[in-house]
Design a protein around this ligand. Structure first.
Ligand code: C5P
Length: 227
């Protein structure tokens, strides 16, 4: 059986306020997209990559792809549409493991990638990297007032990658689309089918680059990580 990686990279990254999509901003001399693909390739050198890119993407260069087997697919209007395009384009077997990883998470480590893969292969509901919530959680109202403190017991931050068998992931996202539900990660769609993905405790430095400040932080993280 094959191992697949889907990398959604068709977002605009508007919250960065930059002149190009955030995956093309430079981090330690290389675009974020190149860092992310290099880390994925380090852990899974023989995996097949499906890269979701916007049709109007003028910045992408194939030189940044270290994989021998890869294909490009068009992005959709939401992240889940981009991932569905990938699932429909790839020629996978039902029980192949498919991991989805945001291009905006270049600090992902080898150790976390292998731990996630093992859990995805061993659990019928698949698996996701996640982090227990450390802060006290407040419920705010529309005037920005704190009206309640929510229990953080059992609350996790959902990270990527998330991994599932191909047939389950495809059925989950197709069901979500049919029901007009927009999901922001794969696990949400799988949960809606009544399956329970395994939470795999991941590193705290698996940062998602979202805001301008995150670039300096990601540069420091990458410099500090001994891979
Ligand atoms: O913008 P945000 O960081 O939440 O997007 C998460 C990931 O989904 C990014 O890697 C982004 O490129 C991707 N995406 C996509 N297609 C969209 C929207 C976002 O591939 N339509």
């Amino acid at each position: 059986s094959q191992t697949w990686l889907i990398v959604p990279a068709a977002g605009q990254g508007r919250r960065m306020g930059a002149s190009k999509p955030k995956q093309y901003l430079t981090l330690s001399g290389q675009p974020i997209l190149a860092h992310t693909l290099k880390r994925l390739h380090g852990a899974f050198p023989s995996a097949r990559l499906v890269l979701c890119l916007d049709n109007d993407d003028h910045w992408f260069a194939p030189d940044w792809v270290p994989f021998a087997h890869w294909q490009r697919v068009s992005g959709g209007s939401e992240r889940m549409d981009s991932v569905l395009n990938a699932l429909h384009a790839m020629e996978a077997q039902d029980d192949d493991i498919v991991m989805v990883h945001d291009v905006a998470r270049p600090c992902i480590t080898h150790g976390d990638l292998l731990a996630l893969y093992r859990a995805a292969a061993n659990h019928p509901g698949g698996a996701l990297l996640a982090m227990p919530v450390a802060d006290t959680m407040k419920r705010g109202n529309d005037q920005g007032l704190s009206v309640r403190t929510e229990s953080r017991d059992g609350l996790w931050h959902a990270l990527t990658p998330q991994g599932f068998r191909y047939a389950l992931l495809r059925r989950a996202l197709e069901t979500a689309r049919r029901q007009n539900t927009v999901v922001t990660d794969e696990a949400s769609a799988v949960e809606a089918l009544g399956e329970s993905p395994q939470l795999v405790s991941g590193r705290r430095d698996n940062l998602k680059i979202t805001h301008p400040d995150d670039l300096a932080l990601a540069t420091a993280i990458i410099a500090s990580q001994a891979l």
